[in-house]
Design a protein around this ligand. Sequence first.
Ligand SMILES: CC(C)(COP(=O)(O)OP(=O)(O)OC[C@H]1O[C@@H](n2cnc3c(N)ncnc32)[C@H](O)[C@@H]1OP(=O)(O)O)[C@@H](O)C(=O)NCCC(=O)NCCS
Length: 317
Amino acid sequence: MKSTYRWQVINNMCMSANLNLTDDMPSTEFLETIIAGKPVQVTLDYINDRIKVRSNNPEDIDLLITYLNNLTLQNGFGKVILIARKEDWEKTLPFGYILEAVNSGYFQGDPAYFMAKFYSKERANRNSLILEDNILQSVLQHPLNPLPPRLPSGYVVREAVAEDVPQLVHLYEQIFTTYPSPITEPDYLQHLINKYTFKIILHAGKIVSAASAETDLKNMAAELTDCACRPEYQSQGLMSYLIFSLELDLIRRGFKNLFTICRSISTGINTIFRKQGYTYGGRLINNCSICGQFEDMNLWIKNPVNNLEYRTLPNHP
Ligand SMILES: CC(C)(COP(=O)(O)OP(=O)(O)OC[C@H]1O[C@@H](n2cnc3c(N)ncnc32)[C@H](O)[C@@H]1OP(=O)(O)O)[C@@H](O)C(=O)NCCC(=O)NCCS
């Protein structure tokens, strides 16, 4: 599949957008459609073989679900993720949706319900359930650590700029054989750096760790993502520092809901969010394609209100 990210909005007023996946298709498309007089934006995510949508009109959830069902069947997607509100999540259940996770403060303080419908047996299979549960239980035993982590001497943290793109591409190529977004495409990385907050840690002029915060200004919510640390620099607290540093910036800017969707099989990344006070919100089954396969993802949430400990962070620019 060609991995080109395009920001393409199609005004699609009918229920029959018949988009067939070919080599010429972009990796992600945004369809804007009108359902019962209200606009709905649907993400067609070809890399992860899924459709993603946020409901914004509880009265017409039936029409939205019918639309999504047609779109999915016509294009052969394996999973639909419907981010529902407290008024409508239960209405999706009779259509075969299941509740995978809850972000307690996503919609301007109101919860967001991750409802999922699967369209193949393989996609619905929970192959790693026991292993992931064991990892979660051990991570939840990890003590909370509200103190700012330390950045070892000789390391520098700063926001990424355009000149960092080639090194970042190399970092992500080294860490991930495949990734849920086209993170190794320079144009896409440049877009992330321009639009969101992207932070890096350098050692001897080389980028050794990176993470970003994708911000939703309407809901004042931010997703902490794209976490990677070079293998030879791992387990020194670098990612803990980066996450704390991103949080500090986000809280200063007034973000009310911070969350991450991270690999359920990675003890390291789950530990970082647990010890920094995030709450476990559930697991998204075969949610995205990463390192060559579909993997389950854990949701962790923090709704910071007047967190005084965020006022200082050693070496924070
Ligand atoms: C996950 C990752 C980003 C962590 O980066 P890091 O800089 O090594 O993380 P830290 O050093 O801040 O470690 C944080 C905590 O996790 C623990 N930890 C890290 N890796 C671990 C592992 N493999 N197993 C168990 N615990 C681990 C550390 O001991 C530390 O806990 P502590 O503070 O109590 O000692 C890094 O391992 C990585 O790049 N992995 C591959 C890419 C990936 O899977 N990214 C996540 C995508 S969702």
